[in-house]
Ligand binder design. Structure first.
Ligand SMILES: Cc1ncc(COP(=O)(O)O)c(C=O)c1O
Length: 442
């Protein structure tokens, strides 16, 4: 491959970009102006023949790598047999088989049922509908810096104003936010366990001052905040949320849309905390790029809505379900859960050594292969280095590496490389990234 050569926009991408600007609104943003031709594993090739190492994985959608042969074969075979009949008209085995597997594999030692939708936001929408119907309560609580999607309900549960909410109000009623511990930005001198205690204590205040606990259907939580900047909560916090839910009969929804499918060194991130949610939402890497999402939960909750109250024309199409079944096989056959830990350890070790060299790096954090660097202009004031973060992302793709930013301040570099990435490409990607950080540090 020819990565680490200059990958500035070539003539074919430039031509497409001009057409894009004429034909497509600015709203659907993209990190690079490079137009993809093909992709395999952790390497993407643009229309001008530039090859790039992918540390973004389609924002966590390609945990098993682009165009895995097993998934391609499953999609091709299913497409040739039947593309879609609509589950509501004539159901099919792959929907049931994938549901059975997710019932078995998601955390929680209780009887579960699964339904499918098309996108992450749609999974969250359905989880909220199910929680409301099952509890007879209307309020839904999410967390500061949480991200759950772009539809009205999920945007309302999301907590980053720009770009996700600005100008799009009014938002869905009966949605509330609680704090989620951000250890790096805790008040000076406060220990993580003190922050956990403060944040958990706040719940009780909130139930007194904001909304009665007996009015709340569900608390939805990302087991690691994704868009919010890869903030990893402590086990104490996650278990504390579970305890509060149990105490007040509130359902716990784990939004595993970004953290799922081997990303964090476990099949699902909640396994890291030793507690299970009542309902789990999944999408992104579930079907390696086919539009699919899943909602898995306690059987009695999932059965609360009656026949016809849930679903959608395309939801859980046979082609997407076939891809989903192939993904689960690949994760197992290629030991990708273990591989995520190896990749994450290597990246975190590199990041920690860079932190000693570059003052720009304020914090290094992650879980498994969901890893991030928070960039600051000053390690004492922790002033967010948003501009530098953007420059590093651009410098990276200019040199053959795709990375992403995140965080409420836009100053976090986050990485979700395909877990099939070779050691050689991992090292090469890290090298490009370090060079970009070194340049921005000057
Ligand atoms: C945690 C989480 N929830 C929900 C979503 C929304 O998913 P989608 O973009 O497929 O609607 C995302 C997408 O980034 C996410 O990371």
């Amino acid at each position: 491959m020819t990565t680490n050569a200059q990958t500035s926009q070539g003539p074919k991408s430039a031509k497409l970009h001009a057409r894009r600007q004429e034909a497509v609104p600015v709203g659907p943003y993209h990190v690079t102006p490079l137009y993809i031709q093909s992709a395999q594993g952790a390497i993407v090739t643009d229309v001008d023949g530039n090859e790039l190492i992918d540390f973004a994985g389609g924002i966590g959608m390609q945990n098993i790598g682009h165009c895995h042969p097993k998934v391609v074969k499953a999609i091709q075979e299913q497409a040739a047999a039947s593309i879609h009949s609509c589950f509501h008209v004539m159901p099919y085995e792959s929907y049931i088989e994938l549901a059975e597997k997710l019932n078995e594999k998601t955390p929680g030692d209780f009887k579960k049922k699964t339904m499918f939708a098309n996108s992450g936001a749609e999974a969250v929408e359905n989880a909220v509908k199910i929680a409301r119907k099952a509890t007879g309560r209307s309020a839904v609580v999410s967390f500061e810096r949480g991200y759950h999607g772009r539809t009205l309900m999920t945007m309302s549960l999301t907590s980053k104003v720009n770009p996700y909410k600005h100008g799009f109000g009014p938002f869905a009623p009966e949605t509330y936010k609680l704090p989620y511990p951000y250890y790096y930005r805790a008040p000076q001198g406060m220990l993580p366990e003190e922050l956990d205690e403060q944040v958990l204590h706040h719940f009780e205040q909130f139930f007194l001052g904001e909304v009665g606990a007996d009015h709340i259907a569900a608390i939805i939580m990302e087991p690691v905040q994704g868009e919010g900047g890869f903030i990893v909560p402590s086990t104490t916090f996650v278990q504390g949320v579970r305890r509060i839910c149990d105490k007040y009969g509130i359902l716990m929804i784990a939004d595993e849309i970004q953290t799922g499918f081997a990303r964090t060194g476990k099949l699902f991130a909640m396994e890291n905390y030793g507690v299970a949610a009542d309902i789990t939402t999944m999408s992104k890497s579930i079907a390696a790029g086919m539009p699919l999402s899943a909602i898995t939960g306690r059987a009695e909750l999932m059965d609360a809505p009656g026949a016809g109250q849930l679903g959608g024309t395309f939801a859980g199409s046979p082609v997407a379900c076939a891809a989903g079944l192939a993904v689960l096989d690949v994760i197992e056959e290629e030991n990708l859960v273990e591989r995520a830990q190896v990749i994450g350890d290597r990246m975190m070790n590199a990041f920690r050594s860079w932190q000693e060299k570059y003052d720009l790096i304020g914090d290094v954090r992650g879980l498994g292969a969901m890893v991030a660097l928070e960039l600051v202009r000053d390690r004492v004031t922790k002033e967010p280095a948003k501009e530098e973060t953007g420059k590093i992302v651009t410098e990276c793709w200019n040199n053959g590496l795709i990375g992403l930013s995140a965080g409420i301040f836009g100053n976090v570099l986050r990485f979700l490389p395909p877990l099939v990435i070779t050691d050689e490409h991992l090292e090469k990607g890290l090298h490009i990234l370090e060079q970009a950080i070194a340049k921005a540090s000057k």
